[in-house]
Write a protein that binds this ligand. Structure first.
Ligand code: NDP
Length: 290
């Protein structure tokens, strides 16, 4: 049976490191990392996500600025808030919780963020930097995926990695990060001809589909690292995209759902916000000494 990759534990370690580095940053230059969260409408899942992000902020010593707007908010009103947050020196990172209610154009809202505050890594400038291999904010869930793979101690160089899903939020950035680590990457999607065969070749499998247990356990290559990003609400509770029980008997390492990638996403958001605050502090120090 494969070893369980415990995302709760790994996320706790990351949060603890961020907490210590935050205290050091505050001690060194008085800069308190600030994260603004923007929640529009009353989607219950989004409320829970934003609530847990704000709670973690407070626990690790960040300032948390919560903005809750009604579903009737116009795009102009939302863009005005983004402008205000872009200009606020206490805010180092801005998180717009997606999905936005119908009628609000997500692309226009994300494009309006200052790239310096794009801690979710979804602005085209951040995505371009990832593609170009330049420093920048990487999206949080893909960072969490990479952190869990790193935890196995397995070197990715030359390994066959298969990513299922090609969204801008998960699949595509995960594929680029794996490529950066010199894995040989295959990206599968809804039009892939023989998914079972592709999965069977994977030394490392990342499933980001959104369909409960659609990856059969018997497809898994024995000894593979299996990272399940999927979060699917079913009558039987939360399920991943991988048929967990059967896959666990073949995998070398496997993430559970819940308790795998989910907690990592929030931890990585904190890591990105700390990075944004450090960059701002360094930039201010540079401008003073010049
Ligand atoms: P999207 O719906 O944007 O993308 C799903 C991808 O899966 C698409 O590329 C789609 O292909 C592909 N796909 C759909 N059906 C099949 C199929 N039958 N065979 C192969 N590929 C298929 O989802 P996201 O990337 O945003 O999220 C994926 C999952 O991860 C969801 O369950 C989501 O809830 C979860 N998630 C979890 C997070 C966490 O923190 N743990 C964070 C973000 C997401 P095509 O492009 O051809 O349509």
């Amino acid at each position: 049976v494969g070893e369980i990759l415990d995302g709760k534990n790994a996320a706790r370690e990351v949060r603890e490191r961020v907490r210590i580095e935050t205290a050091a940053l505050i001690g060194r230059c008085g800069v308190v990392p600030g994260l603004a969260t923007v929640l529009v409408g009353d989607d219950p899942a989004s409320k829970i996500y934003v609530g847990s992000k704000r709670k973690v902020c407070t626990e690790i010593g960040f300032q948390s600025f919560g903005h809750e707007l009604p579903a009737s908010t116009t795009e102009a009103e939302l863009l005005a808030l983004i402008d205000q947050l872009n200009a606020d020196p206490k805010v180092h990172g801005i998180l717009v919780q997606l999905p936005l209610p119908k009628g609000l154009n997500e692309k226009r809202v994300i494009f309006a963020l200052s790239p310096e505050k794009d801690v979710d890594g979804l602005h085209p400038v951040s995505q371009g930097r990832l593609l170009a291999g330049e420093a920048g904010f990487r999206p949080c869930t893909p960072l969490g995926v990479m952190h869990l793979i790193e935890k196995t101690g397995i070197q990715l160089v030359g390994k066959r990695a298969v990513v299922i899903g090609r969204s801008l939020l998960v699949g595509k950035p995960v594929a680029l990060l794996l490529l950066e680590q010199n894995a040989t990457v295959t990206v599968c999607h809804s039009r892939t001809a023989d998914l079972a065969a592709e999965v069977g070749r994977a030394d490392v499998l990342v499933a980001a589909i959104g369909k409960a247990e659609m990856i059969h356990g018997e497809w898994i290559r024995p000894g593979a690292v299996v990272i399940d990003v999927g979060i699917n609400r079913t009558e039987g509770g939360l399920k991943g995209d991988v048929e967990y029980a059967a896959a666990a008997t073949r995998a070398g390492y496997i993430t559970p759902v819940p308790g795998g990638v989910g907690p990592m996403t929030v931890a990585m958001l904190m890591q990105n916000t700390l990075l944004a605050a450090k960059r701002r502090a360094d930039a201010s120090a540079g401008s003073v000494s010049r």
